[in-house]
Write a protein that binds this ligand. Sequence first.
Ligand code: ATP
Length: 252
Amino acid sequence: MTVSHLNLASSLVVPLPSQYLAERELTPAVSEAIATRGVEMVYGEGAEQFQALSNINLEIPAGSIQLLMGPSGSGKTTLLSILAGILTPSGGSVRLLGQEITAMSRSQLSQFRLQNIGFIFQGFNLFPALTALENIELALEMKGIRGKAARHEALSLLEAVGLGSRAKNLPKNLSGGQKQRVAIARALAGNPPLIMADEPTAALDSTSGHAVIDLLSTLAKERGRTVLIVTHDPRIMDVADRVLYLEDGRLK
Ligand SMILES: Nc1ncnc2c1ncn2[C@@H]1O[C@H](COP(=O)(O)OP(=O)(O)OP(=O)(O)O)[C@@H](O)[C@H]1O
């Protein structure tokens, strides 16, 4: 285990801002953080139609860490995007925290997403012209946290992922692992109960990959977040409560 691994893993537990330490209350009657009924996804039209997902039924309990695995092209990113409300399914329903997102208007859905889902993209999706700190401040501002409060919280989040000293770096001056940690800190901004990640360790070396896995696992096991990860990375299987396996658009 290297120093940077230790730094990140141990720094996670202590310096998260206090409001991030408490488990967020879910609606009392809801134990399923994520539930779907008969989700279908068809891309294209006419002769070009392609059925990417068929009859997806799943229930993911709050506070668990679950993986979505399967061969390339099996529909993992499509399903994750639907569960995050980024993509509208062709059929079926999705309930998050007891609320049916597939019945929401666009503006209700974007508000719900903003408050409840932290999404970690495969390619980090950081704004290249903004520093690490500003990338997180922007996410906080979108959630209504502004000015000094946003700056303070953004810095705490960066410190929590071991990057306090890199706050003023632009993404181009950060390594892949560091960019991914900024992306994770940004996904945690505003303390969302649902964390979804698309291949969060794919671009990382072994040390950074383990650190990111530790962080996501800590969030589920000690902070009560529900974490869903699309991955090909067998290392993550050790910390997962369950592996959902997709093949040809169906859960096996
Ligand atoms: N916008 C789109 N239009 C048409 N087909 C699409 C579109 N997006 C995805 N597909 C197809 O849907 C299928 C599932 O794609 P998806 O990206 O969800 O798979 P995946 O399991 O995440 O793959 P990978 O592991 O390679 O990222 C693939 O056959 C893909 O070509």
